[in-house]
Design a binder for this molecule. Structure first.
Ligand code: NI
Length: 214
């Protein structure tokens, strides 16, 4: 037999359910809008963009290009820079995303293209030597510059751009794979991040976003 107090408690709990559900729904909506604000809409629509939106993210770096030259972000002052982090051994994700970047650049006028500098920064400096990158980057765009450096240099730039990467042992791919975050950083003529482009956009959407920052 159920004691009367139990019934009372049961009813009290029932009355809390809508409140708890409402609180969770509100938290979910807050988290969702925060995620959209941070991650950006595909193609950059529907959200205010600009340098202030990404304050504290990105910044200057100096790395070694696929031609063996030391190159700094500030060398491209006056141009719009697009950066993607990845690695040449990447079996599927990086080639797909770099193909997207190349296709987006192809959709722009030659004048627009001349104002945009695409950069590919490796998260696998042990294997991505300048020579390795020199073979890899021209597959996607003649204008793409591959950048590598010491472990410390790569760790520092990845930290500044909030890029996560992690070595995963895998005998099928030269010993290991690298898990890494995949997003395109759009940097204005003053060297500040002004937009992030998710890699699930179409080449036309990416081209439109890049054009909007020229
Ligand atoms: Ni990859």
């Amino acid at each position: 037999m159920t004691p009367p107090t139990m019934r009372h408690d049961g009813r009290s709990e029932m009355r809390w359910i809508p409140w708890v559900a409402g609180a969770f729904a509100a938290l979910f909506l807050i988290a969702l809008s925060l995620a959209l604000w941070l991650g950006g809409e595909p193609g950059g629509g529907g959200r205010a963009t600009g340098a202030t939106a990404y304050e504290g993210l990105g910044g200057e770096f100096e790395l070694t290009s696929h031609e063996g030259e030391r190159i700094a972000l500030s060398d491209f002052e006056g141009e719009v820079v697009v950066i993607y982090f990845g690695y040449a051994y990447c079996p599927d994700v990086c080639p797909v995303h770099l193909t997207l970047l190349g296709a987006a650049l192809d959709q722009l006028s030659s004048r627009a293209q001349s104002q945009i500098q695409p950069l590919f920064i490796t998260v696998d400096p042990a294997r991505d030597t300048p020579e390795m990158l020199a073979e890899y980057v021209p597959h996607f765009s003649e204008r793409l510059i591959g950048l590598t450096g010491t472990d410390e240099e790569i760790a520092a730039v990845a930290g500044d751009y909030a890029v996560g990467y992690e070595r995963v042992e895998d005998p099928d791919f030269g010993g290991y794979l690298m898990n890494h975050s995949s997003i395109f950083y759009v940097i204005n003529r003053q060297g500040q991040i002004v937009d992030l482009i998710r890699p699930d956009v179409t080449p036309a959407q990416m081209a439109a976003t890049l054009r909007s920052h020229l």
